[in-house]
Write a protein that binds this ligand. Structure first.
Ligand code: FUB
Ligand code: ZN
Length: 661
């Protein structure tokens, strides 16, 4: 198999560059308040959780057997993601309190660093002497990756180099331990993350060794003989008897136990998304990064194949991925159960990361559509409107009876958002995505600016030697109108590529009041507007948002004979609070009137959908459990709310896929 050599093959180059998060200011609209809640509620709450659960103090390396709060092997990653989120947030709005806390934590990290650069709380105090002996399971490289991402973000946000230097020393240490050279470990992490982090470190430092190390980790994955087995033998164990291999062997992963870690095949040979969903998403994000940096088209081809499998066969309508509780993984094509859906919030966040990287190659709206669909549904469902509680799993239907009397209640699966989890990867992941959302709105390329997402915002760009301010005013996703103002410092020619979402029919566009026919000029989901622009030029875009009934592929057995409601990018659901019990009984007939209304007082201000529906008359059952099927249906009206907003009131039933036609 060919190995990647940075910059040797220039056949592939990505065309677009995202406009960085710190150059985009999100103002009001739908996302402004969310970023503010993230800054003022979520970040402090997550810090308190890290403090109270011992995560931060663990960095002091004082824990000893018998003490409470035994450090977990990936606690460091929670702190890292919190720092990363805080960094983005600080750059958008300075906050001395948060900055002081971050600096204190960085000081602890620095003190926890060994002479040779190594940092890991768990292996410093719980299993000292065992570092790098179980890379398969123990997440050291995963934690390192998150710390690197945090250090890059903090440097970019504040210009302070201290944390970045700490992490460069750690990355250098990792480089000295892993690789193909004599005396190094020929391994890679069981949980991908370091790969994409090293690309960020390369980009910020310009040090090629980090890119090469990332290439190595991706290339090495899935090679035989399996590193995971060599490593078990080195520990004096029989790899066939490792508990993980045994339990995974008994499961139905046809591709074998290493498929759980995406190590069943070299990455370029993987054609279906197998195993742990977050790992697939982070791996593909890194592969896209490496394809962009090295020009290796075979990596991009592999990403595209996996993308097709995920988005056409294995993704929920909300952008949720990985249906299986417990092992948090993909199963098989069209397997999207609703009540038991796992759909870890981190997996949807990972899908957003991956989509964002894929769209930078060709500016292809098919990636932007999924990015938006996931962001507005499966990602933000993960956090409460109040910003202080979180879903780990994101079900597509829920019944309180499933949880009330359950003896073992997995907090990740509960239908109420939780303040924190023992494994708390999702809350800080949400915080870092929300704080860095500016980065997902615009991209630049030669003489061209792309508008991907319709978010009220402003950005100042440099194109050639000229500056241009671009702003959007919109109440999207509630309202279909978007006003874009283009203000170059002097008249300039520029192509503005405005996304026309795949869900939208009949988009209309005016430039300075004049209608422009767009239907024949949409290229890969973007309308290309090439003209001379002057200060204050205005584009009015209208993206009609009728309520749509959506049906799933007939092979998606759980949703046969069912429909979901969508309006614009938002998926809707019914909740018991608005519609009473037995939501599964509701039937939306063909021709049902579907109307949308903005309700400013409901759930922070949302558009609700009212639909004519049918239900059966329960009194006809009297005391029977079953009876001959002859019950006439009666008409009712149901009210649907955006899926992301469910479970912000009383606990009750919820359903996305309703019976209907
Ligand atoms: O293993 C680290 C993180 O914890 C994963 O990304 C999540 O799925 C959870 O298992
Ligand atoms: Zn998570």
């Amino acid at each position: 198999m060919r190995e990647i050599k940075p910059n040797l093959d220039n056949t592939l180059r990505k065309k677009l560059t995202p406009v960085a998060w710190k150059n985009v200011k999100i103002v009001d609209g739908f996302w402004g308040p969310r970023q503010e809640i993230n800054r003022t509620v979520t970040l402090p709450a997550e810090y308190d959780q890290c403090k109270n659960t011992g995560r931060i103090d663990a960095l002091k390396l004082k824990w000893k057997p018998g003490d409470p709060n035994k450090p977990h092997h990936y606690w460091d990653s929670d702190i890292a993601k919190w720092i990363e989120a805080a960094a983005y947030s600080l750059a958008l709005k300075p906050d001395n309190e948060i900055e002081k806390k971050v600096d204190e934590v960085i000081e602890l990290i620095e003190k926890a660093q060994y002479e040779d650069g190594y940092i890991n709380t768990y292996f410093s105090v719980v299993e000292p002497g065992k570092r790098w002996t179980n890379v398969y399971v123990m997440h050291e490289l995963y934690c390192a990756g998150h710390l690197i991402e945090a250090a890059v973000a903090y440097y970019e946000a504040t210009g302070k180099r201290r944390f970045l230097n700490i992490m460069c020393r750690y990355a250098d240490h990792i480089d000295s331990v892993f690789g193909r050279e004599e005396g190094k470990k020929r391994g890679y992490c069981g949980h991908q993350e370091i790969e994409l982090a090293l690309v960020k470190l390369y980009r910020v430092t310009g040090e090629e060794k980090y890119l090469k190390l990332s290439c190595y980790f991706i290339d090495e994955r899935g090679k035989t003989p399996h590193f995971f087995e060599a490593e078990a033998i080195a520990r004096g164990e029989d790899p066939e008897k490792s508990p993980i291999k045994e339990s995974l062997n008994r499961s139905y992963l046809a591709a074998g136990p290493y498929a759980y870690f995406q190590a069943h095949l070299p990455v370029r040979e993987q054609t279906t998304a197998e195993g742990h969903a977050v790992r697939v998403m982070y791996m593909c994000s890194a592969m896209a990064d490496l394809a962009a940096e090295t020009g290796d088209k075979s990596l991009l081809d592999a990403c595209e194949t996996l993308w097709e499998n995920v988005t056409k066969r294995r993704m929920y309508i909300t952008g949720g991925v990985g249906p299986l509780e417990g092992s948090e993984r993909f199963t098989f094509d069209y397997d999207c159960p609703n009540e038991s859906a796992y759909n870890e919030t981190c997996a949807s966040i990972g899908l957003v990361f991956w989509a964002h990287r894929m769209l930078q190659f060709e500016g292809d709206g098919k990636y932007t559509d999924i990015m938006e669909q996931t962001l507005y549904n499966g990602v933000i469902s993960g956090v409460s409107l109040s910003g202080d509680s979180f879903f780990y799993a994101n079900h597509l239907a829920s019944h309180p009876g499933l949880y009330e009397n359950k003896i073992s209640r997995n907090p990740r699966m509960l239908p109420e958002r939780q303040k924190w989890f023992e494994c708390s990867c999702c809350p800080p992941n949400l915080a870092r995505l929300t704080a860095s959302l500016g980065e997902y709105i615009y991209s630049k390329s030669e003489g061209e600016v792309y508008i991907h997402l319709f978010i009220q915002s402003e950005t100042e760009l440099e194109l050639g030697n000229k500056r241009v301010i671009l702003s959007q005013k919109t109440e999207y996703p509630w309202d279909e109108k978007i006003e874009i103002t283009v203000s170059p410092e002097e008249e300039m020619e520029l192509t503005l590529s405005v996304r026309i979402p795949g869900w939208c029919n009949g988009a209309q566009l005016r430039v300075n009041g004049e209608a422009v026919a767009i239907e024949h000029y949409v290229d890969k989901g973007y309308f290309k507007l090439k003209r001379l622009w002057s200060k204050g030029d205005k584009i009015e875009l209208v993206l009609p948002m009728p309520v749509e009934k959506i049906e799933a592929h007939p092979s998606m057995r759980n949703n046969c004979g069912r429909i979901a409601l969508m309006r614009g990018p938002l998926v809707y659901c019914l909740e018991e609070t608005d519609n009473g019990k037995d939501l599964n009984e509701i039937f939306i007939p063909a021709g049902s009137t579907l109307s949308a209304h903005f309700d400013k007082d409901m759930l922070g201000g949302i558009v609700t959908i009212c639909a004519d529906a049918l239900i059966r008359d329960k009194s006809r059952w009297e005391n029977q459990l079953y009876k001959r099927a002859e019950t006439p249906k009666e008409k009712i009206t149901v009210k649907a709310i955006p899926y992301y907003a469910w479970s912000n009131r009383k606990v009750g039933e919820m359903i996305v896929w309703m019976q209907g036609e």
